[in-house]
Every structure is written in structure tokens, then in C-alpha cells.
Design a protein around this ligand. Structure first.
Ligand code: N01
Length: 565
């Protein structure tokens, strides 16, 4: 059938209201709107928060700060880079939020977003190759493309502890922290959860609270950030040639210029090994993940790094029993995301801080006056939950995207996510998942990941417009091959065997799927480039309705938004 014949048979169609709906005004959404508008596309942005910022809007708990160095946690736009001055090597949440507001203003994207607006669903219409997107404010729009920049760590886990509704004190979640100040002075505060959010909030609240009780289920490897003022000379040098640094970042497995390992653990002498461990500790943060080339795959090598960190914990924590409880012993370092801190372990030397090991003494229920564990009751005025996110699939499920049969992407992912490049999934045409499962995602600097993905998507939309294509979806064989590749790349990793939010576990047979692509950013980009060079190999374009939409100009200004339907 030729395009002309199919057009004759097609129903009369009105053009979608927008070319692109962008969901989420975090660092990805800001860049996406700017890039799509630059490309001449009409864009409708939706954001549940009251302003730009994404996770940095919601995660405003005390102590929140990024664990990627600010030199790289930035947009590599010459003007933006030059005109902004970070204060710290690892900036705090307020500073990052100011930066994202600055970027949103300079890139003039704010006017495209509808804030305080929750996307309640999207439904694909094959006859018009468009989605209808609905919101809780009554706005309904149609769009050719749906781009989810809603993040992979944005749907908070609910604290569903028995008795939580009976608690008579105040309780908060780090991931949905209120905008108003909270007075902790003289109060008995409990924190449940010791991941990145817990570690930061515990360190910040300890000096403010009357008493602080930490409920730890799993001890984490927590590495001092070695924070300090930004090196403005270094920042200025990067600002002089942002393209060069950006190129180097894209050639780095983590998308940020942190030190890389050069040799396997046993290629060093004992003295050299001790020296390189101390060097990485002195550099701080995620550098501890990159001491030896084989620490992620060789248990003996990993043991050396794990034991080194445990020895540091013993040095930093005065009470030997507390140090022991804080020391991770039952999983290799790097198999759960490292926490990065500024004085976490020293916090436990304070008189007003205590630790409850809820692995051995589990929480039974929350009571009106505190927390009941198996062995006793802890009286509390304030409870803080830092219990993490429904990662990877949570935000997507929340958005309620449905294809023409009414199914949702994760309906097909019961045994682990299946995507092409982490960007698209079969049966969901024109839906792009930015930094999704199957992409490097949470393993790399989110600025690098988001910008690379959005540029890929924008170029793909440009290609479709050039060819008058209106529909794209991955070929199932290409998706299967990529999903297999993602699994192969992670098959030797020690972290595959440790349960955490990056691993999908099939409980019936204990098969595991490591959700992000662990092959590093350069390998990912190389595959993307190859796919483009081969004419978007693995993507299926459908031009059946292209002719029907002729006249409904591709990229023209939208003039109809249906309100309240
Ligand atoms: O969440 P987590 P997070 N009862 O899932 C515990 C990014 N991030 O928000 O390990 C008791 O890591 C849970 O215990 P366990 C970063 O990518 C970055 O802290 O499951 N405890 C764990 O201790 C990070 O990796 C930054 O046994 C319960 C904690 O809660 C990701 O976000 C800052 C429990 C959850 O840890 C997530 O970090 C913050 C229960 N029922 C976040 N359920 C920076 O840039 C969960 N826990 C620095």
C-alpha cells in the first residue's frame, strides 16, 4: 500500500495540540523544553511541583546536597557556565535549586510549564498517532510525542509501618520535605533509613535536635565528600572552553571527571595498594568506587576496599560497638550506591545521638508516642522517613501512560524492564523515557545522561519531521537484543547479587535483572551513534498517517487546548 492510498482511507484528523509534552521540570525537563523549542517544536510542560527543580524541589530536607562535583553538575552551555558561580564543590539543595531557577530563566523555559499540575494519564490514539494527556487541573492536551523527564528516583516509597496514623508527633519524608522551617530544638527526633538521604539528614539534624535516634536496617559504606569551596580557578578554566570538558565527560564512564582506576588490586605491591587506597579516600566521595579496575567483579579485590572503609569507620567512631553496627559486612562495597557524607560517622560520637539496629531489633509498629521495636519503645516527638524511592518504574507507573489497548509500559516488564537504549519500549509509540532502565541512568552524572538522551530524542524527532514520519517505536528484536546486552554487561558484577533498588528480582526463580546499563557512558553513546549512522536502526517508523496530517503542520504553533474535557 502506498502512502497516498493509505491517506485516502484514513479518517479526517485534526492536528495534535502540541508536538511534545514534557513531563517534569527537573534538570532534564528544563533542558528538554529548551532544546525542543529551539528546534521549532511546540511544547507543553507539566510539573507536579510549584516550580522548576524536580527532585531538588521536593528533596529539601536538611543537609541535602549533591554527590557529583559541581564542575560537572552543570549545563555545559558557554554562557550559563560562565555566568554561574557555584559556592561549594558539592553544592547544597538550596544552591542547586537557585541554579536550576537561574538556568530556567536564562533558557526561558518556565513559561512552557504548567506547575502544580499532576499528569493523571496519557492515552495513545493510533488513528492520529498522538497521545491525549490529562491532568488533575482539568487541562487536556493532545501531543505527537510524550517525553518523560520525570526521573528514576522521584516516586517516594510510602512509609507503611503499622500504626503510623496513630503517631501523635510530627512526621516527615525526606523526599517530600515541606517548604516551611521545622524547629527541632529540644525535640526527640527519630530517622528511619540510612541511604544517601538518611545519611545527609542525620548529619544535619543531630546538632539541631535535643536527641536523635537513628533506625538502621542496613549499614552503608559512607565516604566523606571532602567538601569545600569550589576552586574558582578550575571552574574558570572549564568556563573558557566548555565544549572540551563536555567532550571529556562524555568519554568518561560516569559522565563526570572523577579519577578512574588504572590497575587491578593485585597488580600493586602492598605498599602501593595502601597508598592508592589513601589517595582515593583523600579525594573523597565516589572515587572510592574506583580504586582498582577489578573491584566490581573480583571479591578478593573488593574485600580490600571494603575492609579499608571499615577500618576508617573504626577510627572515626569512638564507641566500638556502634562502629561495628555502622560497618557494612554482608555485601561488597559499590554493590549498593555509595553514600557520600560530611561528618556522618562523627555524628555518632555526639552525646545526643544513638543508633538502633533494626535488622536485629525490627520495628514492630509506630505508636502514638514513638517507635516500638521488638526489644523496647523509643519515645519520639518527630519521625523522619528516609526510606527511598520506587525506582525506575515508579514515576512511569505514576504517570499512567496507556497504549491503545489500555496497557502500561511496566505491564510488559514483570520479569524486568525491557527497553531499547532505555529510551523506548515496544507497543508505546512516540513515548520517550529519559534516563530509563537500560540506559546508564543512575550510574552516571544526571546532567550528562539527560542532555545526551534529550539530544538523541530531539534529533530523532527532527529526522521524523524531515521524512514526514509520525510514529516511531522500537523493533522487538532490537529491544530484545539491547535488553540481553544490558544483562550480559552486568552478568559478572558483584552488585547483581545484592538486593537494592537497581536490581529487579524475580522471586519465583531468583533471576535478577540489573536495571541500568553498566557498560559506561562512552559505550552507550557509541551504540547510539552507530544506530543513528545506520538510519536509526532498530526503530520502526510508520508513515501511514503522514499524508493525512499534511497541512496540520509539523511544528506549527498550537492553537487549541481543550480545557476541562
Ligand atoms: O534511598 P535508599 P535514599 N524499614 O533506597 C531503608 C539518590 N540520592 O533516598 O537498605 C526500615 O538508598 C533502607 O534500608 P535497606 C541516590 O542515587 C542522592 O537514601 O533497604 N528501613 C535504606 O537504609 C540514592 O542512591 C543524593 O535495608 C527501611 C533507606 O531506607 C538514591 O537517591 C541524596 C525501610 C533507603 O535508602 C536513594 O537514596 C539523596 C523499612 N520499611 C538521594 N524501607 C545525593 O546526591 C527502606 N528502608 C547525595
Amino acid at each position: 500500500m502506498t502512502t497516498t492510498e493509505s491517506a485516502r482511507d484514513a479518517p479526517e484528523l485534526s492536528p495534535p495540540d502540541y508536538d511534545v509534552v514534557v513531563v517534569g521540570a527537573g534538570l532534564g525537563g528544563i533542558y528538554a523544553v529548551n532544546r525542543f523549542v529551539k528546534d521549532g517544536l511546540t511544547v507543553f510542560g507539566v510539573e507536579a511541583g510549584g516550580d522548576v527543580g524536580g527532585v531538588w524541589y521536593h528533596n529539601r530536607y536538611p543537609g541535602a546536597r549533591v554527590d557529583v562535583e559541581a564542575y560537572f553538575y552543570s549545563y555545559f552551555d558557554e554562557e550559563l557556565y560562565r555566568e554561574w558561580q557555584w559556592q561549594e564543590r558539592y553544592p547544597t539543595q538550596p544552591e542547586i535549586l537557585r541554579y536550576l531557577n537561574f538556568a530556567a530563566d536564562r533558557l526561558d523555559v518556565r513559561r512552557h510549564f504548567h506547575f502544580d499540575t499532576w499528569m493523571t494519564g496519557a492515552k495513545w490514539h493510533p488513528e492520529s498517532n498522538s497521545y491525549t494527556v490529562t491532568t488533575d487541573t482539568g487541562l487536556t492536551v493532545t501531543t505527537r510525542f510524550l517525553v518523560m523527564t520525570s526521573g528514576q528516583l522521584s516516586k517516594p516509597r510510602k512509609p507503611n509501618f503499622a500504626g503510623i496514623d496513630d503517631f501523635e508527633g510530627e512526621w516527615y519524608q525526606t523526599s517530600q520535605w515541606p517548604e516551611h522551617d521545622i524547629d527541632f530544638s529540644g525535640k526527640r527526633v527519630g530517622v528511619v533509613g540510612t541511604g544517601s538521604s538518611g545519611v545527609q539528614t542525620i548529619t544535619a539534624i543531630a546538632p539541631l535536635a535535643g536527641e536523635l535516634v537513628v533506625f538502621q536496617r542496613t549499614a552503608n559504606y559512607t565516604i566523606p565528600a571532602v567538601n569545600g569551596p569550589i576552586d574558582s580557578q578550575r571552574y574558570g578554566q572549564i568556563a573558557e572552553g566548555v565544549d572540551a570538558t563536555w567532550g571529556e565527560m562524555l568519554a568518561h564512564p560516569g559522565g563526570a571527571l572523577t579519577p578512574l582506576p588504572t590497575r587491578a588490586a593485585f597488580d600493586y605491591s602492598d605498599v602501593e595498594r595502601a597508598q592508592v587506597l589513601e589517595e582515593r579516600w583523600a579525594y573523597g566521595g565516589h572515587a572510592m568506587n574506583a580504586v582498582f579496575t577489578d573491584q566490581g567483579t573480583n571479591m578478593a579485590s573488593n574485600d580490600i576496599v571494603s575492609e579499608f572503609v571499615r577500618s576508617k569507620i573504626r577510627q572515626l567512631v569512638d564507641d566500638p560497638a556502634t562502629a561495628e553496627t555502622l560497618s557494612p559486612v554482608d555485601y561488597p562495597i559499590g554493590s549498593r550506591r555509595l553514600c557520600v557524607c560530611s561528618g556522618y560517622y562523627e555524628t555518632f560520637n555526639r552525646e545526643n545521638v544513638s543508633l538502633v539496629d533494626i535488622k536485629n531489633d525490627p520495628i514492630v509498629r509506630i505508636t502514638p508516642s514513638g517507635v516500638q521495636t521488638e526489644s523496647g519503645h523509643v519515645d519520639l516527638d518527630v519521625l523522619i522517613f528516609a526510606i527511598g524511592f520506587d525506582a525506575f518504574t515508579g514515576a512511569l507507573d505514576n504517570a499512567n501512560v496507556a497504549n491503545e489497548r489500555g496497557s502500561h509500559p511496566s505491564d510488559n516488564w514483570k520479569r524486568g524492564p525491557r527497553t531499547y537504549l532505555g529510551l523506548m519500549t515496544t507497543e508505546f509509540p512516540n513515548l520517550f523515557i529519559v534516563t530509563g532502565p537500560g540506559s546508564p541512568s543512575v550510574l552516571i552524572n544526571f546532567f550528562a545522561g539527560n542532555v545526551q538522551h534529550i539530544d538523541f530524542v530531539a534529533d530523532l524527532i527532527g529526522y521524523m519531521n524531515e521524512h514526514a514520519y509520525t510514529r516511531v517505536e522500537p523493533d522487538v528484536r532490537a529491544q530484545d537484543a539491547w535488553t540481553q546486552h544490558v544483562a550480559d554487561v552486568s552478568s559478572r558484577l558483584l552488585r547483581l547479587n545484592v538486593e537494592n533498588y537497581m536490581v529487579h528480582v524475580n522471586r519465583d526463580d531468583n533471576t535478577r535483572v540489573f536495571m541500568p546499563f553498566a557498560g559506561g557512558l562512552p559505550a552507550y553513546i557509541a551504540r547510539c551513534d552507530e544506530i543513528v549512522a545506520n538510519g536509526y536502526e532498530g526503530f520502526v517508523f510508520d508513515e501511514t498517517f503522514a499524508a493525512a496530517l499534511t497541512g496540520a503542520s509539523l511544528g506549527a504553533q498550537a492553537d487549541s487546548v481543550v480545557v476541562g474535557s
